[in-house]
Design a protein around this ligand. Structure first.
Ligand code: ZN
Length: 235
């Protein structure tokens, strides 16, 4: 992999969920060259990986400028993460709180590993910005989604690779209603409709039940946050 241009450019961590799809639209609106990266890490419900391509194609179809800017998609196998980092997302464990109070869905180290591999790919590809949809305002309580974690990691990665990468977190201080509103500002009702229909956030991998805010079980933390944000956004 080699750098292709020196234009303002970004690599977006893109899982196929609402937040990362909104970040992808945000990046396409700002940067001349945008690539995406996703990780296969042994998640039990791989449905989010299957919606990535339709969401990318949908975004390109919404806006010709976005279509020109959208570049390669990178999918990295990180199965080892799912083997060493036990969570109800990677193993058949009860969906109760962990003894330390963190949610059972917390995958220890996940965002640190993801951001590190994304930074390596960005460095190799000559992409200046790494964009991630983590948020500490209206979230499941994962400590690696916090602003301090991302800022500390940016320092460590730049020191360790003699780089000047910027880790962007456009959703960090937004609640889920504001995230829906941001999408509307970027791509109007057409983008909101695309996010509802195509993105996937449910921790249970449910794509059978369709709500007005999209597919999901309606009960897990991810569905609860997405549905609550939608209702506040629409009211
Ligand atoms: Zn759910």
């Amino acid at each position: 992999m080699t750098p292709e241009t020196t234009a303002p450019s970004a690599l977006v961590l893109f899982s196929g969920g609402q937040d990362s799809a909104t970040c992808l639209a945000w990046a396409l609106d700002r940067f001349e060259r945008v690539e995406t990266i996703g990780f296969s890490y042994g998640q039990r419900h791989a449905v989010e990986m299957t919606v990535r391509d339709p969401v990318r194609q949908g975004l390109a179809a919404l806006n010709p400028r976005w279509a020109e800017r959208l570049g390669a998609d990178h999918v990295l196998p990180l199965d080892v993460l799912g083997r060493v980092s036990l969570s109800s997302l990677t193993a058949d464990l009860p969906d109760t709180r962990r003894p330390d109070g963190l949610p059972a869905t917390f995958v220890p180290g996940r965002n640190i590993v993801f951001l590190t591999f994304a930074a390596i790919v960005a460095f190799q590809r000559g992409l200046k910005h790494v964009v991630t949809g983590v948020c500490e305002t209206d979230y499941s309580g994962y400590p690696d989604c916090r602003d301090d974690t991302v800022k500390a990691l940016q320092v460590a990665l730049n020191l360790g690779m003699e780089a000047r990468l910027v880790l962007d977190t456009p959703l960090m201080w937004l609640d889920k209603a504001a995230t829906w509103a941001m999408a509307e500002g970027l791509g109007g009702t057409a983008l909101v409709n695309l996010l509802v229909a195509e993105t996937h956030s449910c921790y249970q991998g449910n794509r059978e039940i369709r709500h007005d805010w999209g597919f999901g079980c309606g009960a897990c933390d991810a569905c609860r946050l997405r549905a609550g944000g939608w209702q506040r956004y629409r009211s």
